[in-house]
Design a protein around this ligand. Structure first.
Ligand code: NAG
Ligand code: NAG
Ligand code: NAG
Ligand code: NAG
Ligand code: NAG
Ligand code: NAG
Ligand code: NAG
Length: 349
């Protein structure tokens, strides 16, 4: 009788906690770039609760972890030199899964609103850019799907897979700023570069900010984006990728917060600090206290004298200093775009 009850209780409990077939998190895929040394790339996935997961790089057993009560395993790979391709295999009991053609290099997150979302297809010289990207060894792109959520998601929804840029729709609909940034870096760094685009047109900073970052500014006249919209993209498009070890962030956003420059000054600083803290904690990074954060200054969009709106928002992008880095925004860099309008652009400026 007692045995029966224990068995039934166990079955009921395990119905909830048994877990998942062994796998990597959905954005850890073949052809991806993982962060290279001196950092250690954090990898994670799902499995059966309490089971051990062993990880092999090119057949060599490098690390192991135990699946926790949330059916999740995670571990830091050894610091890996740049390059590849590598096979990464996980095994647990009789199960196994492998991702192929994995490179180690720098991983950048590209986020913001429509200017970050502006696609490669809309570039003046699209085919030249695509050819350059195709010719750049070790360049890989990945697009987080645009979706909003009121609840923090464990995994992002994904739009296609990691891939080398090519003359295809995935590349043509990828962020132009993100890709061009990597094309500028690549010849100087001579290492693989992984680009993660997580951007959505027309979005204010509040939707990209975690509840902690929102709270940090509640006494600064911060306004809600629209009712209930705070953190909805943080929840589904940023929080789920915080376990990935990254090099840094680039950001092109601000237009949707025009008219609220004073609040933005607090919100921008708070979001940067919060993203840094959350990525660092979730990916168990111990090497970088302050992940580099780059942003594009809002470019003029009309050839006329404007007294408020974008000019004061630009000022807030520098936390009121007019330059970065500064005491409020350290390890932050700015791409000055004040002199780079294109008033004849068919897509607006
Ligand atoms: C892999 O290495 C771990 C120690 O890191 C060890 O506990 C485990 O038994 C090894 N697994 C296999 C399959 O060799
Ligand atoms: C992985 O699993 C498959 C299917 O169960 C099995 O055929 C294969 O031998 C396993 N590979 C390793 C290295 O354990
Ligand atoms: C596009 O290519 C042409 C010819 O190579 C060049 O003159 C022009 O500056 C390029 N435009 C941009 C925006 O790079
Ligand atoms: C979040 O919840 C509010 C209030 O229930 C609702 O109006 C809104 O549509 C929800 N947003 C999303 C992205 O689900
Ligand atoms: C690529 O996009 C074009 C234009 O939107 C479409 O006609 C074509 O079917 C797409 N191709 C693929 C492979 O999705
Ligand atoms: C990071 O952590 C690893 C192991 O947990 C340790 O060996 C290494 O020294 C740490 N690095 C720094 C910079 O703290
Ligand atoms: C802006 O407008 C002024 C006055 O109409 C004109 O002289 C100038 O060339 C324009 N600048 C650009 C970049 O279009």
């Amino acid at each position: 009788m007692v045995v029966k009850i224990i068995l039934i209780v166990t079955l009921i409990l395990c119905g909830k906690c048994d877990g998942f077939p062994l796998r990597f998190a959905n954005y850890y895929e073949s052809h991806m770039v993982l962060q290279m040394a001196p950092k250690r790339a954090n990898i994670w996935g799902l499995g059966t609760v309490h089971h051990r997961v062993d990880v092999f790089i090119d057949g060599k057993n490098v690390s192991s972890a135990t699946v926790d009560t949330h059916s999740q395993w995670r571990l830091l790979l050894p610091a890996m030199p740049k390059g590849g391709p590598h096979d990464i295999m996980i095994t647990s009991g009789t199960e196994n899964a492998t991702i192929h053609d994995v490179l180690f290099g720098d991983v950048w997150i590209c986020s913001g609103q429509s200017n970050m979302g502006f696609t490669v297809a809309r570039l003046e010289n699209m085919s030249t850019t695509i050819s350059e990207a195709q010719a750049t060894n070790g360049l890989r792109i990945f697009h987080v799907k645009n979706i909003a959520s009121n609840k923090t998601q464990r995994e992002p929804q994904i739009d296609g897979s990691w891939q080398h840029p090519g003359n295809d729709n995935v590349t043509k609909t990828f962020s132009a700023v993100c890709l061009l940034y990597a094309l500028e870096l690549a010849p100087h760094l001579n290492r693989p570069i992984g680009l993660v685009e997580s951007a959505w047109g027309g979005t204010p900073i509040q939707v990209w900010s975690s509840p902690d970052a929102i709270d940090a500014c509640k006494h600064h006249g911060a306004t809600r984006a629209t009712p209930h919209a705070n953190s909805v993209l943080w929840n589904s498009m940023i929080a789920p990728i915080t376990p990935m070890t990254v090099t840094g962030f680039i950001w092109y956003q601000g237009e949707a917060n025009a008219g609220h420059a004073a609040a933005y000054q607090c919100q921008f600083t708070a979001m940067i600090n919060d993203w840094r803290a959350k990525f660092r904690a979730s990916s168990h990074q111990n090497a970088t206290a302050k992940l580099p954060f780059g942003f594009v200054q809002l470019a003029p969009n009309a050839n006329k004298t404007i007294h408020s709106g974008w000019p004061d928002l630009r000022w807030s992008q520098t936390a009121g200093y007019g330059y970065v880095p500064n005491p409020s925004l350290s390890d932050v860099f700015m791409s000055v775009a004040m002199d780079l309008p294109d008033f004849n652009s068919p897509y607006g400026s």
